[in-house]
Design a protein. Structure first.
Length: 202
């Protein structure tokens, strides 16, 4: 009997489901580590990421990203939950002027995607804003290289690659956000791997 009944849409749906499952696998131990005080997320970064991930979900959905958009929407919900936890637990109480600069720039730029009225420019803008959101966490990881989980970030890289594989239409609009997020997570891992031996010997 032929297996051709398994269509491309079914495969994309399975990949999207795997991406969401991997998101849960990544976030459950991350949330646990927050409650235990082992991980200290920066509230500014997570607020920016949560809002922009929601915008990215809508933009990718508008560009017929299909099943590949759903893990992004699912991530938005979990990201906003981490932002709430970071605020309630005051996970990282060190907020500098540079952090305020990143946060303010991101908030000012957010309405620009609506003015653009174009999914392409919306994704370009929110990806830039999202990368600004990494600013406080990059600074934090440079000074506190043990304050984030490398395994969590590595899982997010794999998750974003699954999102790319699950997309039903490949174009710059649908590809930019997940690829940029994977690259940013890789950058955080690189900083922590570089700084941890130096912090231990200090």
């Amino acid at each position: 009997m032929s297996m051709n009944w398994i269509g491309a849409a079914d495969i994309k749906a399975v990949l999207a489901a795997l991406a969401m499952l991997l998101t849960v696998v990544a976030f459950v131990p991350y949330l646990r580590s927050i409650f235990l005080g082992q991980t200290r997320p920066h509230v500014f970064s997570w607020i920016i990421w949560g809002i922009n991930t929601g915008v990215a979900f809508l933009a990718v959905l508008a560009e017929r990203g299909g099943a590949g958009a759903w893990p992004i929407g699912f991530s938005c919900v979990l990201t906003l939950f981490v932002a709430a936890l970071a605020y309630l637990k005051r996970a990282d109480v060190t907020i500098t002027r540079v952090d305020w600069l990143f946060f303010s720039a991101a908030l000012i730029a957010m309405p620009a995607w609506w003015v653009a009225n174009d999914p392409l420019w919306a994704v370009v803008l929110i990806t830039g804003i999202e990368l600004l959101g990494f600013g406080p966490t990059f600074r934090k990881c440079w000074h506190q290289p043990y304050s984030e989980s490398i395994s969590f970030l590595a899982t997010l890289i794999v998750r974003n690659m699954l999102i790319v594989a699950a997309l039903e239409h490949y174009q710059f609009t649908t590809l930019l956000f997940p690829i940029a997020m994977a690259a940013a997570c890789g950058g955080l891992i690189a900083i922590m791997l570089w700084r941890r031996p130096r912090a231990a010997s200090a």
